[in-house]
Design a protein around this ligand. Structure first.
Ligand code: G
Ligand code: G
Ligand code: MN
Ligand code: NA
Length: 252
């Protein structure tokens, strides 16, 4: 159980941190991006994953402060790896409720300016379920982000009820194939979803990333299907910034 007072303290004490999971080019094995994943470094309970606290944050008055903190930490990390010579973007997950806030694009733009980063340094990951339910406001926010040059990725692609109509409406530059389809590629239906998403990405000229790549077999299958990029335990789990800097030099 997470209490409101806990969240306020956690923000004040900077207990929310981020780890980074590399996104890898399936052809060259180079790291082409990193996804920032929130953790709560709790004084009594240790490192908590988002599943343990995201719902509470989203229902609280602290969501704005949390989102700002995660965004700033992600951008600070991007400054560090760019200074080390790696010009790759950082992907940040955004809660449905943040996308309902018309001030959100302004906040993002101000943070980029504060860190001296160009818009292409940032990818905003949104889930399609949200886009479908609150179309008008979200449309406006996504368009504003896009007009500022920020890349928008559709997370968990394929799991929503209307993936294709979402694509026709919102300005998306990247599709992330949900890991359920990657783990299920042995069955024809899941393999067909992967294949179709890859083809869709090609015809729309948008990036496609497979999530949850856990085995060499899956990596090869994805590559054969034409999927350009992947992310998952086969390559690496979410890691500290220092570990990521070392991985950037090595590749996978
Ligand atoms: O790191 P982990 O695999 O436990 O992340 C679980 C889920 O939590 C991810 O799928 C991601 O969508 C979500 N998540 C992780 N970090 C953030 C964050 O900073 N903000 C939001 N809104 N969601 C996040
Ligand atoms: O934003 P999203 O919900 O996709 O965040 C990625 C989530 O998936 C995180 O919780 C991360 O820990 C998890 N994850 C990343 N790679 C793998 C993987 O290869 N297998 C599984 N089962 N989970 C993964
Ligand atoms: Mn994500
Ligand atoms: Na996902």
């Amino acid at each position: 159980l997470v209490l409101g007072g806990d969240l306020a303290r956690a923000l004040a004490e900077e207990e929310f941190t981020v780890k980074f999971q590399p996104i890898v080019d399936l052809g060259s094995a180079e790291v082409i991006a990193a996804e920032a994943l929130a953790r709560w470094h709790h004084p009594d309970h240790g490192d908590l994953p988002p599943a343990r606290f995201l719902d509470a944050i989203e229902r609280s008055t602290q969501l704005g402060a949390f989102a700002k903190s995660i965004l700033n930490q992600a951008l600070a990390a991007a400054v560090t790896w760019r200074a080390a010579g790696y010009t790759i973007p950082v992907a940040v997950n955004v809660s449905p409720r943040s996308l309902l806030d018309p001030r959100f694009p302004g906040t993002v733009k101000a943070s980029l300016a504060r860190y001296g980063l160009p818009p292409e340094a940032l990818v905003i990951e949104v889930t399609e379920s949200l886009i479908l339910s609150q179309l008008e406001v979200v449309d406006e926010v996504l368009r504003a982000l896009r007009e500022d040059g920020i890349v928008i990725a559709l997370d968990d692609f394929g799991t929503g009820y209307s993936s294709l109509s979402t694509l026709a409406r919102v300005p998306v530059q990247e599709l992330k194939i949900d890991r359920g389809f990657v783990s299920g590629m042995d069955s024809p239906a899941e393999a067909a979803v992967v294949r179709s998403t890859v083809e869709l990405g090609r015809s729309l000229q948008v990036m496609v990333v497979a999530e949850g790549v856990e085995s060499e077999d899956q990596r090869r299958r994805l590559w054969e299907l034409g999927c350009p990029a992947g992310q998952g335990y086969l390559f690496a789990r979410a890691m500290s910034l220092d570990a990521l800097l070392a991985a950037l030099g090595r590749g996978f």
